[in-house]
Design a protein around this ligand. Structure first.
Ligand SMILES: C[S@@+](CC[C@H](N)C(=O)[O-])C[C@H]1O[C@@H](n2cnc3c(N)ncnc32)[C@H](O)[C@@H]1O
Length: 468
């Protein structure tokens, strides 16, 4: 039954991990992306595992009540927004239920209260950075694939990689994630390169020239950066392109050229040159300003980062005598935001570059009650550091998707911190960690915040207090 390749009709009953719709056939789960509860669909089974199947949506026979028409023509193929076909209120409801499911199933917490998800005022065009790829082969549309004749996919393709395919680029015509000027700039670069015989990067043979176009814009100011990532250092190509861009789009405030001659498909070059303007943009989070260069980390949804930080600040309830720890502090944006009321704050972070930026950010904002320590949390955070900086009255932890190392969790338990705030971009690992902390700390409140509308990702802030 339901072998790979079988075509079948299914009714979607719920939503599972990564936002895929779930149907049940004789008790067996079938996961189908691009579907929503209540949809009656025709699907092809693409993966047959012992306990589940995966399917590909072929046709929606009857639409579920929460299905809407995606805004973007690329929505079903592109990896950028997997949830554009779901009405935004339902996205928020689902995200809350996903946190509940993880807390119950993984954390073992029953009947837990979870606040309604804080939604994004602007569920489209919310990103302040897009990293577009350039390739020599484009992704074909389903109609082209199903045609009986050969379709040549070689071209100057500019857009986004289809999930799991790094050799082909979806040649996008529009995008609803960043301000519309972003894809207009991309379109201009594509046309200019085609007209001037500038070759796209060939991922297989490691040849060609143009690799990425990265666009960063500021939310609070009018700064706009275009970063042209190329395989070679050739100012005869890139300088006239930069001039043409600035002439066409007076909104551009700086143009950078990152030269990446490595095979690694990153948009971070071995070195960079400033072609126009100051070489960075500036933005704010709350009242703190940040100088953001082409490769600096910065929260990608500025407005919603402020919402998230406000929740963390409220839950931290910092008092003037408090020593605060900010674990996994990145470039110190949250640390600065929280430093205002604290006696002192220590940020700890693995990345050397991020720590250097955190120190610079503190200096340029005249914040002198913060300190930053570089190192792997598992080894740095513990008795030694608390002897040096004092025991924390309040601790914020914002780990990567993998959550915290068990030794870090154990140290937090040993420290018995009066006020604890856990910020998480992955509620399943957060639930796992909170379960290990449940003998020492009580969960007082859980707040999901939607940083990435049109995707299944959800950020959650947990307020924890030491048990009496
Ligand atoms: C979710 S981000 C934190 C973002 C930051 N709090 C902010 O608001 O911008 C997680 C951070 O953890 C850092 N990180 C990852 N593994 C780490 C480790 N083993 N030790 C210390 N920091 C680590 C990453 O470099 C990253 O900056």
């Amino acid at each position: 039954m339901l072998k790979k390749g079988t075509e079948t009709e299914l009714t979607i009953e719920g939503v599972a991990f990564e936002g895929k719709g779930i149907a049940k056939v004789d008790g067996l789960a079938v996961f189908v992306p691009n579907t929503t509860p209540g949809d009656r669909i025709r699907a092809r089974i693409t993966k047959s595992k012992k306990n589940y199947r995966e399917g590909k949506l072929l046709e929606v026979l009857e639409e579920g009540p929460r299905r809407i028409e995606p805004k973007c023509q690329h929505a079903r193929v592109c990896g950028g927004c997997s949830w554009q076909h779901v009405d935004y209120d339902y996205q928020l409801e689902f995200k809350k239920e996903q946190v509940r499911d993880h807390m119950e199933r993984i954390g073992g917490f029953d009947n837990i209260d979870i606040n309604d998800t804080i939604g994004c005022d602007q569920p489209f065009y919310y990103r302040n950075k897009m990293e577009y790829s350039i390739g020599h082969r484009r992704w074909l549309s389903p109609e082209e694939i199903n045609r009986d004749e050969y379709v040549d996919d070689h071209c100057f393709a500019a857009g986004l990689h289809v999930p799991g395919r790094f050799d082909k680029v979806l040649n996008i015509q529009d995008c609803h994630l960043q301000h519309p000027i972003s894809y207009k700039i991309l379109d201009f670069v594509r046309t200019w390169c085609i007209n001037h015989d500038v070759p796209p990067y060939d991922t297989i043979d490691h040849k060609g020239y143009m690799r990425n176009v990265v666009i960063r814009n500021s939310y609070h100011t009018d700064d706009l950066m275009v970063n042209l990532v190329t395989l070679k250092d050739d100012s005869e190509i890139v300088s006239p392109l930069s001039e043409a861009l600035v002439n066409e789009f007076p909104e551009i405030t700086t143009v950078i050229n990152n030269i990446n001659d490595r095979k690694n498909p990153t948009a971070v070059g071995r070195y960079e040159k400033v072609l126009y303007g100051p070489g960075y943009i500036t933005d704010r989070i709350g009242s703190y300003h940040f100088k953001i260069d082409a490769n600096a980390f910065f929260q990608t949804n500025t407005r919603q980062a402020e919402e998230l930080y406000e929740v963390a600040k409220k839950y931290a309830d910092i008092q003037p005598d408090d020593t605060v720890y900010d674990l996994y502090c990145g470039v110190g944006t949250l640390s600065l935001f929280l430093s205002e009321k604290a006696k002192n704050l220590l940020g700890i972070e693995l990345s050397n570059v991020a720590i250097k930026n955190a120190r610079k950010n503190a200096e340029s904002n005249d914040v002198d009650n913060v300190d930053f320590q570089q190192g792997d949390m598992q080894h740095v955070f513990g008795e030694l550091i608390t002897k040096k900086y004092g025991a924390p009255d309040c601790l914020i932890t914002d780990p990567p998707r993998a959550g915290m190392h068990p030794d870090v969790v154990e140290n937090i338990n040993k420290l018995k911190v009066p006020k604890l705030v856990y910020v998480s971009c992955n509620s399943s690992t957060m639930a796992r960690d909170l379960e290990k902390m449940s003998e020492v700390y009580d969960i007082e409140e859980l707040q999901p915040v939607d940083m990435f509308p049109q995707t299944y990702h959800i950020e959650t802030v947990a307020k924890l207090r030491l048990k009496n």
